[in-house]
Ligand binder design. Structure first.
Ligand code: PEP
Ligand code: MG
Length: 573
């Protein structure tokens, strides 16, 4: 079995079509006339633009407007005055157009590849596509187009160029395998948009398969099985059917409103860790972002991200969702989230130590920088601020004071921000739960963090396998805590969200509906599943189930009963 990165879900079974690595050779000939060579170069650009425009239209029609944007980007890039000037000046020095294009594009490629940032690296792939395309035009080489591939084809290539992908359709291509490219590459965007299973970054893919081989592409797990035996073939054929059935069922919930079976409206948000993930959340028709975990930005770098870097990331996310809520959680480090360069002292009990808001309130500079970045981005959408691991009122008051300081600093530097930024807190400690009525008077919303709430109520380390049998949000104590938090929030007239993993658990959903939870925030992968599960429960049914659960004494009894009820109403897919 070969392994790669599964970038487009599903199972494809078909016949291999190998696209050999394209080697473009040319002679560095002596040019006759500089003017003529420059004219040749600009003629190639003209042809490139016409061809790319046609491909973009084709992709827009097959996959969607958004997916064609990369190609419109190529049209802008190829006309970049700096790039054109550099190429022209090489030609003026007597070099042929092929050599000039190749040299200058290569220097851009190495510049973009050397930056430690995935989006900038993607620019290198864009320039490589442009270079190959221009050279093919200059040399009169016909480019490969997959439009005419026979039905049931699995494409195996080094990388898929835009010209190849523009011809792809899910009628003839049932799987994509490449040696290069990652989750954000052009190939994976197109594969996802067309619903074609794809596995990228497969080492030696070209050597391991030949034309005509039967191959299974498992895009959900990143597995490739070449020439499967009969049993494996049958096993995967069944898996494929199950997957298609499930996908068709879930697709009914795309772009739908989130409602219970009897029409009570809920809001369904996504949990994300970057602006890139916000795009995924948008794709699965989330109604906003219920939790933006900002730690990733700090973890990915070897230093604290600057105010401008953070601002750009929050702004991108706000713009992705425009008028829909984006709840940005302030830095939640400590516990299991260690950032080496912050030099937090090693603690005996890190989960009970210098974590999250406790750390931020002590590190004024880091905290104010993040608050200013969030405030500045708030004018671009409906950003709300969320504080993790609150245990007492004093912390909320201290945060409010810090927000005032950040606002004053922005006023002094004449930067705009939303004056009425909403502030909410995560309820994820027993203390916050016990004083939820008091805290509700201080804030605009609650978000229940069941991952930590379960850990702290049950006194069980969420990462310790030895005690994991105790780690369950279905323990009567956690269920009562959830009910209490929602009641306190509603009594004070504020909305209550859940952003812990329990929000997407099909067994927890009836309880949350019965308790009146307003907003569910879940990972992108389970958004449609959660919308579907909510739609299966009427409030009347959920209330009877919740009443029975509240009388039960053990976690086992509760889980078994909820399973039975969920199966009876189709709440589990
Ligand atoms: C939680 O604790 O439930 C939560 C959502 O936060 P995290 O998992 O990031 O601690
Ligand atoms: Mg938490």
């Amino acid at each position: 079995m070969l392994k790669g990165i599964g970038v487009s879900e599903g199972i494809g079974i078909g016949t291999v079509l190998v696209i050999e690595k394209q080697k473009i050779n040319f002679d560095k000939y002596a040019i006759k006339s500089v003017e003529e060579e420059i004219a040749r170069y600009y003629d190639a650009i003209k042809k490139f633009i016409i061809k790319t425009q046609e491909m973009a239209n084709e992709i827009a029609a097959n996959a969607g407007e958004k997916e064609s944007e990369i190609l419109f980007g190529h049209i802008i890039m190829v006309q970049d005055p700096y790039m054109q000037g550099e190429i022209e000046s090489l030609i003026k020095n007597g070099k042929c157009a092929e050599y000039a294009v190749s040299e200058i594009c290569d220097s851009f490629i190495s510049m973009f590849s050397s930056v430690d940032d995935e989006l900038t690296n993607q620019r290198a792939t864009d320039v490589l596509d442009i270079k190959n395309s221009l050279l093919n035009i200059l040399l009169g080489i016909e480019e490969i187009n997959l439009k005419n591939a026979p039905p049931n084809t699995v494409v195996v290539a080094d990388i898929l160029t835009p010209s190849m992908t523009s011809g792809i359709n899910s009628e003839n291509i049932v799987g994509i395998i490449t040696e290069n490219g990652g989750a954000t590459s052009h190939s994976s965007i197109i594969a996802r948009a067309l619903g074609i299973p794809a596995v990228l970054s497969v080492d030696n893919a070209l050597e391991s398969m030949k034309n005509g081989d039967t191959v299974i592409v498992d895009g959900s797990n990143g597995n490739i099985i070449v020439s499967p035996d009969k049993a494996t073939f049958e096993e995967y054929s069944k898996k494929q059917l199950r997957y298609i059935k499930r996908r068709n069922e879930l697709n009914k919930y795309k772009n739908a409103t989130t409602v219970t079976a009897d029409g009570d409206k809920k809001l369904l948000f996504c949990n994300i860790a970057s602006s890139e993930e916000a795009l995924k959340a948008k794709e699965c028709t989330a109604e906003g972002i219920g939790l933006f975990r900002t730690e990733l930005m700090f973890l990915e770098k070897s230093r604290i991200p600057t105010e401008d870097e953070q601002y750009a990331e929050y702004k991108r996310t706000a713009l992705t969702f425009r008028h829909k809520p984006v709840k940005i959680r302030t830095l939640d480090i400590g516990g299991d989230k260690i950032i080496p360069y912050l030099n937090i002292e090693k603690e005996e009990n890190p989960y009970l130590g210098n974590r999250a808001i406790r750390y931020c309130l002590k590190q004024e500079d880091i905290f104010l920088t993040q608050l200013r970045a969030i405030l500045r981005a708030s004018i671009y959408g409906k950003i709300k601020l969320m504080i993790p691991l609150v245990t007492c009122t004093e912390e909320v008051q201290a945060v409010k004071k810090a927000i005032e300081t950040a606002k004053n600093q922005l006023k002094e530097s004449e930067k705009c921000f939303e004056e009425n930024l909403e502030i909410g807190i995560m309820i994820e400690t027993p203390s916050a739960m016990m004083i939820a009525d008091i805290l509700a008077e201080e804030v605009d919303f609650f978000s229940i963090g069941t991952n930590d709430l379960t850990q702290y109520i049950m006194a069980v380390d969420r990462g310790n396998d030895d005690v994991s049998y105790l780690y369950s949000a279905f323990h009567p104590s956690v269920i009562r805590a959830i009910k209490h938090i929602i009641e306190c929030g509603h009594k004070a007239g504020i909305s209550v969200e859940m952003c812990g993993e329990a929000a997407s658990d099909p067994l927890m959903i009836p309880l949350l509906i019965a308790f009146g939870l307003d907003e569910f925030s879940v990972s992108a992968a389970v958004t449609l599943k959660t919308r579907r599960a909510i739609s299966k429960w009427s409030q009347a049914h959920a209330k009877i189930v919740a009443e029975n659960v509240l009388k039960m004494k053990t976690e086992r009894e509760i889980v078994d009963y909820l399973k039975k009820e969920a199966l009876s109403c189709g709440g589990i897919l």
